[in-house]
Design a protein around this ligand. Sequence first.
Ligand code: SF4
Length: 350
Amino acid sequence: MGAALSARAVPTRTPLHALEYDYPKWLALCAEMEISQTHADRIRAHIFRSGQLHAEIPNIPRRLKRHLEALDWNLPKVERAPVAKDGSCRMRIRLRDGTRIESVLLPIDGRLAQCISTQAGCALGCRFCRTASLGLARNLSHAEMLMQLFLGWRRAGTKPRNIVLMGMGEPMHNLDHVLRFVRTLADPKGLAISPRRITLSTAGVVPGILRLARERAPCQLAISLNAADDATRTQLMPINRRWPIGELLAAARHYCEQTKRKVLIEYVLIAGVNDAAEDAERLARLLAGLPCAVNLIPFNEHEAAPFRRPSPASVDAFRAILRRHGFLAIVRESRGGEIQAACGQLAAAG
Ligand code: SF4
């Protein structure tokens, strides 16, 4: 009898994680506890500024303290974190339900940039991408995106200055949570990261681009274009069947008009597929008049894709054509190649 009673008394519900409280939810909780907004803001800033997640917050009303102590303040486990020669570190993280994701830390000139995953796996099936081979396991919550950041902060000993949403997943397929995350990053009472230093990258989900424009999301937009004609792009990125280049770039132009911002065009250069001089000329025509910068990323070879990296000479020639047409075109060597932390190489099996 006693044993039966105590078995029933064991709480089975996992406590809510402290990071689940985005700003509106936090204000609602504090209002319920008759805590003023100024005080609520001060407590929230304390939680986010120190980088030390814990419930020990000085000078808070006892009833709020009791509530906070009942929350989960633990960060998930980092199972592996290999560090490349260039200092980049690929964290393999095991979430509470056992799902595995990856996040990459990129120290650059004494400052930290972090690449965050928005989904476990990805449904889009881009042919050059290692994550695609996993398929989609599930969306990540905005709290799970914040957990990646706090883990990175703890490991590197410094708050990331730049955040790129270019890890595993298509951010636009999880946009409610992504926007809550981005707003917490940019909120002066949250992580206070400049919106100019937060970049959301999409494979080309047009309704998502229009929503970013409509809601003036506090981040920069990057579009992973990767081809200058529909046949090649559809071959590389099946999403192009749904939103072909014309429709995608029309959405990009609308975004620029509405937000008065530039977009970043990302172009993974693949030998013999999209790196010819004609591709560069066609790309220049497509992008004419679009306020943009172009990042050229020589393909990082891996076993899940049948493609080759282009020669340095063809990368230079491609960039030279874009520059001749007046574009700001930069070759981005993705870092962390030897630990599979480079663009398109993230693949923590679930
Ligand atoms: S490149 Fe991005 S959108 Fe495409 S499959 Fe990989 S993770 Fe998904």
